[in-house]
Design a protein around this ligand. Structure first.
Ligand code: ZN
Length: 174
């Protein structure tokens, strides 16, 4: 099988058709072969191995329901940057090179939690240093908050295949 196709992304829907995650074609073929999933959209034609040919799926649906906690979201730098739209929460500058700022510094018992972390540009982070915004004479543009629980959050910063969008009505075509 060609490598570029086997690593192509496949949208995985839960049994109830809710988008669950993204895997690659190779993994999707394994799930289909074990009857753990059914093929919904074959976006990429056929894959051929010496003995068999397989549809190259673009969207599959699990044959069983995966329950997942929607509220327990890991807090990564990227999650914070996505929430803050890569905009410095002090000066409003947008950049792909953001730093993570703890509003109340960690060494002063500020938590590593949604309501205490923001995206900050490098100059603002340096200026603020180990101080609170008030001490540094700086103001947050928005009070940081945990994003609303959103089962579709996973897809917000991904590039989506056209044929996925019928399963993701909340996503706007850009
Ligand atoms: Zn800034």
């Amino acid at each position: 099988m060609s490598n570029t196709v086997t690593v192509a992304p496949v949208l995985v829907l839960n049994q109830n058709y809710e988008p669950l995650n993204v895997c690659n074609v190779r993994r999707a073929i394994v799930l289909l072969g074990r009857e753990k999933a059914e093929l919904l959209v074959n976006g990429r034609g056929e894959l051929h191995s010496p003995r068999q040919s397989f549809p190259a799926p673009s969207v599959i649906r699990l044959t069983y329901m995966v329950r997942r906690p929607l509220l327990q979201r890991r807090l990564s730098r990227r999650d914070v940057f996505v929430r803050d739209k890569y905009m410095c929460q002090y000066c409003g500058k947008e950049s792909r090179t953001m730093t993570l700022d703890h509003v109340v510094p960690r060494f002063r018992d500020g938590g590593h939690a949604w309501d205490n972390v923001v995206a900050a540009c490098i100059p603002c982070n340096h200026r603020k240093a180990g101080r609170t915004p008030k001490e540094a004479g700086m103001r947050l543009l928005h009070e940081p908050q945990a994003p609303r629980p959103n089962p579709y959050y996973l897809f917000q910063a991904r590039s989506l295949q056209d044929e996925w969008l019928q399963f993701m009505p909340w996503m706007k075509r850009s």
